[in-house]
Write a protein that binds this ligand. Structure first.
Ligand SMILES: C[S@@+](CC[C@H](N)C(=O)[O-])C[C@H]1O[C@@H](n2cnc3c(N)ncnc32)[C@H](O)[C@@H]1O
Length: 204
């Protein structure tokens, strides 16, 4: 069953349909307004960008999205313009892509797909392409003690195999080049019972 779900969701159309069904659009709007706060003219990196659904919400920025799934990247081709690049690549290859420097980086729904060592490397690699003082914003499903039972069940059913609790995500930034400005569990990003952890980190 999980294999069928994972195969379907690797297809950009099914993924977009499921995102619409759960109200992910609202989550992205709230992320942009409350946490990403893009500044016009800034350079923005989106790791694990999927179909770059968030891109139109960011306004007049220079955007680079990177994703492993070429089906998602191909589906987002209509978003490519002089200020938008989309790259089909594994985030593990970020240092070799010759990108940056950026003012803002984001990983929305990515870290829970990756084991700890890969996330730690990614945090270092993102820091290396950010300006000093640049921000890195992450959002992932979280097992939250104060969340509804349904939210915990839905998080456990996620196709990401590395959904963590709050300390599990925060630990990934230990000894990294980032200060954590905001660590916030949100139960209100989706219109269904679901808990997310948002981290706003700032490169020292
Ligand atoms: C839950 S989706 C989130 C997509 C997008 N950020 C959004 O908010 O709609 C997770 C994304 O991470 C991508 N991904 C997973 N592992 C990756 C890796 N190692 N390198 C690049 N992208 C990866 C998947 O292909 C998928 O598009």
């Amino acid at each position: 069953m999980a294999t069928l779900r994972d195969s379907l969701l690797k297809n950009a159309r099914w993924y977009a349909a499921c995102q619409r069904l759960v109200g992910a659009d609202r989550a992205q709007r709230r992320m942009v307004a409350d946490h990403l706060r893009p500044v016009a003219g800034s350079a923005v990196l989106d790791v694990g960008c999927g179909d770059a659904h968030v891109r139109p919400l960011l306004g007049a920025v220079d955007y680079v999205g990177v994703d492993l799934n070429d089906n998602y990247i191909d589906a987002a081709v209509d978003k490519v313009d002089d200020h938008t690049r989309l790259l089909h690549a594994d985030v593990a290859s970020l240092p070799g892509l010759g990108l940056g420097p950026f003012d803002l980086a984001m990983a929305l729904g990515l870290q829970h797909h990756l084991p700890d060592d890969v996330v730690r490397n990614l945090i270092e690699d993102v820091a290396a392409v950010l300006h000093p003082g640049g921000r890195y914003v992450t959002m992932d499903p979280v097992f939250a003690p104060d969340g509804r039972t349904t939210a915990r069940v839905l998080a456990a059913l996620d196709r990401g195999r590395y959904v963590r609790d709050e300390p599990g995500y925060v630990r990934l930034f230990d000894d990294s080049p980032f200060e954590l400005d905001v660590v916030r569990v949100r139960h209100d990003l989706l219109p269904i019972p679901y808990s997310h952890l948002v981290i706003e980190a700032r490169r020292r």
